[in-house]
Design a protein around this ligand. Sequence first.
Ligand code: PLP
Length: 433
Amino acid sequence: DNGLSEADPEVRGIIEKEKERQFKSLELIASENFTYRAVMEAVGSCLTNKYSEGLPGKRYYGGNEHIDELETLCQKRALDAFHLDGKKWGVNVQPLSGSPANFEVYTAVLKPHDRLMGLDLSHGGHLSHGFMTPKRRVSGTSIYFESMSYRLNESTGLVDYDKLEEMADRFKPKLIIAGASAYPRDFDYPRMRKIADAVGAFLMMDMAHISGLVAASVLANPFDYCDIVTTTTHKSLRGPRGGMIFFKKDTVLGVDLESAINNAVFPGLQGGPHNHTIGGLAVCLKYAQSPEFKAYQNKVVSNCRALASRLTELGYKLVSGGSDNHLVLVDLRPLGIDGARVEKILDMASITLNKNSVPGDKSAVVPGGIRIGSPAMTTRGFTEKEFIAVADYIHEGVQITIDAKRAVSGSKLQDFMRFVASPEFSLKDQVSD
Ligand code: PLP
């Protein structure tokens, strides 16, 4: 059997190009990271060959003695990494990623068309928290369940817990979801627990973005207040692409969480676990218990603070005025430009980040902000000094974008485009629907 270079130079070549891109660019996407070499070795191993439907000791395939040992080890390390007592908490390490993990929880604790509430996508939430538009139920989580989003207070940029309480009282959700993809602050779990209890709802935290920070106790501990905690494994945690679901070993609101969640993962929504991923995850969870990991997570936060304060010095408006975690959300609207254009210009300079909607945005296609994260470049050894320089380079990119927009609006090209959009343009009828 040949190695990749010999067997498929085309794919090898693409991997080399991607490696070069990752190596040469400033990776500032808040949900990305560089995993460990040891994790990649496990992910690229023979573990990928094995079928093992079921759980350790209860498989539907033979030959699983080593896989059982691996998954049991991974479960134990997951509980240890998050400082959990195995008598009170259990974990399923088989979810293929974050979105499936969330859908598996909904399948476990809700009936079709039961109600759930998550943070609005345009205010920092995730698609899998029930996203829908006024015209369309976009995510499966809004197709199969009834969703009503809560939002931020637009003047403070913080979750509007008062409004959430008021809405929950009217909507009576069965599940309330904490957690976000673009929220620079921590969640108020005691408050959310109170709101959930008042309406008889489960409380779930999706800590995908911040699970590394939670494991290192840099942010508040969601396990003290939530019934269920989900996460991806490849963001601040630095593992392989995957997901986990932690659940209280208890019957909550009439549901035995352990059996409901395990059954929702398999046979509910998945088949054979990705054992190579579970192998990589076990390795990452060993690292997550080291003093170096804790030091790394502290640096993720201090680097992000340095970035935030430099951007503030440069006059930028940050949603919520700063950051307590690994990301900042910059509101570019006061400068008369949008996140999409800035993302494109910075991409040309190999600075990779996301356009992102900010509270009050009219369009999700041309959002008014950018999201900048510190985990990946902290992994590559950046300190506060480099993150201050990153803020300066982003500022330069923003200035170039402003200049480019100004140049285009005074150009002949723009005159021509105004003509194309004008009522007298002869092809107008052909583009109307
Ligand atoms: N939950 C949150 C909060 C996320 O930010 C993401 C992805 O960015 C997910 C879930 C989904 O993870 P995945 O892309 O692995 O399905």
